[in-house]
Design a protein around this ligand. Structure first.
Ligand SMILES: [Zn+2]
Ligand SMILES: [Zn+2]
Length: 105
């Protein structure tokens, strides 16, 4: 794939935006858009060492709700993660992304 000057320009802009966001821990590059009938990606399992997710072969039932929003975040300029979220879990997903991307220790 050949990059056009326009591609490079847009890529540079995205990179600059992400870099700026990364420099400020209170800012996370997250976009919330309308969902299109996806299932919520969150689950109500407990976190930590007692999480059933630590058990080999455990199949999480997840949240059965239909997503109302899609929370998107950028790990890199060309690496986007989408997390469909129901109304109840949108803030949970945004908070967990903020925790991960914000570099909380
Ligand atoms: Zn789970
Ligand atoms: Zn949910």
């Amino acid at each position: 794939m050949t990059r056009t000057p326009q591609d490079t320009f847009l890529s540079d802009q995205t990179l600059a935006t992400a870099r700026t966001a990364a420099a400020d821990p209170s800012t996370v590059p997250v976009a919330i858009t309308a969902a299109n009938g996806e299932q919520c990606t969150w689950c109500d399992c407990p976190d930590g060492p007692d999480s059933p997710h630590n058990q080999r072969g455990y199949r999480c039932p997840g949240c059965p709700a239909t997503a109302a929003n899609v929370v998107s975040t950028f790990a890199a300029p060309n690496l986007r993660y989408d997390f469909p979220a129901c109304d109840r879990h949108t803030t949970d997903i945004v908070a967990s992304i903020a925790h991960l991307v914000g570099g909380a220790k």
